[in-house]
Structures are given as C-alpha cells and as structure tokens.
Design a protein around this ligand. Structure first.
Ligand code: AMP
Length: 400
C-alpha cells in the first residue's frame, strides 16, 4: 500500500509517501514557515536531489495542496493521481487515555483529540489543523491518527501514577503518558526480529536518544514503563530539556529570578539539558568536540547524560526482573559510539560487555554491539517513525 505520512507542527508540515510493501520512501519533503513570510517548500523524489523553493503558504491547506501538486506532478511526481494513494497516516502527539492504538479519523475522533489538547497545547491543535486540511483536500482517502502516547497505554497504574493527591489524576488525568511511542514500538519489534525470537518472550529496553530522549521497558511486546511523563519534559537529560529535577527547583528559581513558574518551565524545556549545562550547543557533536578540546563542563555533561541513561536502564531491568536486549536509537543512539560506550561502562553488572570494534563500526545501521554470548544483547537499531506510522495506518485501514 502507498501511505502518505503527515507530521504537522504549528507552522510546519513534514510528509513522506511510503510504499509499505517495499518499505521504501517514494517521496518526502517539508513545508516550513506556514502562515509566515518566506514560506519554504522542500521536496525530494526517492533518492533524488532535494529541491527547495519559496512558495506562498498562508495556511496548512495551502501546504497540503502543494504536497499533492508535487506528488502528482508529471515531472517530479511519483503517482499519477491521488487514486494511487491508499491512506493518510497522521502523527498525533497526545491521545490521552482515550486512544490505546491508532484509529481511523472521523468527527468523533477529532473531537476526542481536541478534548485532550490541554495535555499537549502546543502539539494537538496543530495536528488537528493538519488533519482537517488533509481531509478537506483528500476526502476520498481513509485518514488514520497514530498517537505518540498510544504504545505506552499498556503501563499499569503503579508505573503511570504520580504519588500526588489521587484527585488530580481523577479530575485532570495527571499521570505519566510517555512519548516517542511509534519509535519504541518499531525498535522493540525490530530487536525481536534481529534476535529471531518472538517479542512475547523478550524483555527489551529501548533507548531513544535524539534531541528529545526517552527510554522504555518493553516486556512481551508491551510497554511497562517509560521515562517521559505528563509532558516530554521528564526523564533523561535531552538537547534542551532538563529531564528529571526536583519540582521545588521551579518556584525557587522563579522567586530568585523574579519570573513566573511558567517562564521557568519554558527554560526547562528550551534552555536546559546539554545546552543549558554547557552553554555550547544542544547538538552532541558540538559538545563532544568541546569536551575533546578541554571544556571541563562539556566532559561533565557527557558523563551526567550517560549516568542518567544508565540509571534508567538499571531501573527498568529491575522493573522487568531481567533484560534480554538493550537497543540504542535516534540521532545520538544511532550515531554516537562514544556516548554508547560511556553508557555501557555501567552495564557490566547485568552480564554484558560492549564489543569496542562493533560499537565503533555501528553507525546508522542495525547492528549487535555486544560481545557474543553475553546477555543482555546490546544493539543499534535506527528508528523509522514514519514507516511505523505507515504500517500502523495499513493495519487500521486493512481492518476496516
Ligand atoms: P534526532 O532528534 O533523532 O534527529 O537526533 C538529533 C540529535 O542527534 C542531534 O541534535 C545530534 O546531537 C545527534 N546526532 C546526530 N548525528 C550525530 C552524530 N553523527 N554523532 C553524534 N550525535 C549525532
């Protein structure tokens, strides 16, 4: 099947047309600065050259119209008409407790996504705008919402409840939701394939280490715990997010700096993490370079980052009473052998040993990086969230 995957932000729209039979990307691109002066449209057919052009896009409907025009263009296109596309899969950030899996979109589903928008006020409204624009311009195609939170809905209350007055859960649904669900689902499933075992018999820890970072414990194919919480701020140290801190830090800094608690949370989201600690960059390549150049705080930051990941791995090994595989994915996890090495230094107690050569050679491709015979098996597995969204879309459409 050919599935158009849409990932909508408030002023951007990323897309990929995926052939799920071949696992191949037929075309992909990006609309940027939608509704802002200087809107830009990037497009690439298959492995071809990327083209980039300023195109007026006053709203998301204009953006979707441009996407359709590019995909069906006789020269640059990959399909002759929309009839060749089987479905549209929409990356949707928050499904609350309502959505435990992907779902075919209708007006009731849009209303339910709207209902949980206060849990993701920056993301869900943008998703809905994108969904509506696509449904307006492609009314004959089935549209499916695939939620970042859905994979984590198998967590039990002991994993998802915060130890705060229970009424806040009852009244406002304050709890751990977790994000990056499509990535955790895809990578854990690939890990089982690589081990040639049924995922039902496996305990897997997935370390999604990108600009945003989260870690999950996947037992028998189901998420039992994950590090992101009510919002993506909790858990690991990230590019610009602090991850876990004592909540009392927030009013303390607000008082000292004379700013609001909201302003502090904004700082925790956008100016913290490895960027905040080093003052250098949110990009790990810059921090590694700075550490190699003698920056002490950059070296400490890399250590703090690795220690935090290792502590979560230890916790999740305990949560599952064992672990068969640990998979590294996303920008840092797939590419940075140094960070993987630092994390794995802590893991000998589990009975595994990193193979330095395999680790060095594994960059952006599936590989086992531990020595043979040990357990857990250490792995690198490039994530593919778009393919995961396309596959889930096919599953839902196929069921209808
Ligand atoms: P993602 O959010 O998965 O796209 O990951 C983005 C992050 O991955 C960037 O901010 C970089 O810090 C990191 N990254 C990407 N490529 C490399 C690389 N070759 N070596 C180290 N870090 C990398």
């Amino acid at each position: 099947m050919k599935v158009l995957v849409i990932n909508c932000g408030s002023s951007s729209l990323k897309f990929q047309l995926i052939d799920t039979a071949e696992n191949s990307v037929l075309a992909k691109g990006l609309c940027e600065r939608i509704g802002i002066d200087g809107s830009n449209f990037e497009y690439r057919k298959g492995d071809g050259e990327k083209t980039s052009a300023l195109k007026e896009m006053k709203d998301h409907k204009d953006a979707v119209a441009l996407v359709i025009a590019a995909l069906t263009d006789p020269e640059t296109g990959v399909v002759s008409s929309l009839k060749e596309i089987d479905a549209v899969g929409h990356r949707t950030v928050h499904g609350g407790e309502k959505f435990k899996q992907a779902v075919r979109i209708d007006e009731d589903v849009i209303a339910a996504i709207e209902e949980v928008s206060d849990l993701a006020p920056l993301h869900n409204p943008a998703c809905i705008i994108g969904i509506r624009a696509c449904m307006d311009l492609m009314p004959d195609l089935p549209h499916v919402a695939v939620f970042d939170t859905a994979f984590h809905q198998t967590m039990k209350p002991e994993a998802y409840l915060y130890a705060i007055p229970y009424e806040y859960y009852e009244k406002y649904k304050v709890r751990r939701y977790g994000f990056h669900g499509t990535s955790h689902a895809y990578v854990s499933s690939r890990a089982a394939d690589m081990l040639k075992k049924d995922i039902k018999d496996l305990k897997i820890i997935v370390c999604h280490l990108g600009n945003g970072a989260s870690i999950s414990a996947v037992q028998g194919g189901q998420c039992v715990d994950t590090s992101m919480g009510l919002t993506p701020l909790e858990g690991l140290i990230m590019g610009t997010r602090s991850g876990d801190i004592d909540p009392a830090v927030i009013p303390f800094i607000a008082g000292k700096e004379g700013i609001s608690c909201d302003a502090v949370v904004d700082i925790l989201n956008k100016k913290s993490g490895v960027l905040g600690l080093t003052g250098v960059s949110s990009d790990f390549r810059d921090i590694v370079k700075a550490a190699e150049g003698g920056s002490e705080i950059s070296e400490i930051t890399l250590r703090a980052y690795s220690l935090r990941v290792a502590k979560y791995i230890g916790a999740y090994a305990a949560a599952m009473n064992g672990v068969d595989a640990i998979a590294f994915t996303a920008g840092v996890g797939e590419n940075d052998a140094g960070i993987r090495g630092r994390i794995c230094q802590y893991l000998g107690f589990l009975g595994t040993e990193l193979d330095e050569e395999r680790n060095k050679e594994a960059r952006g491709r599936e590989a086992v990086i531990s020595k043979d015979g040990g357990k857990p098996v250490l792995m690198v597995i490039p994530t593919n969230e778009e393919l995961s969204i396309a596959m889930q879309t096919v599953e839902i459409v196929g069921r209808a």
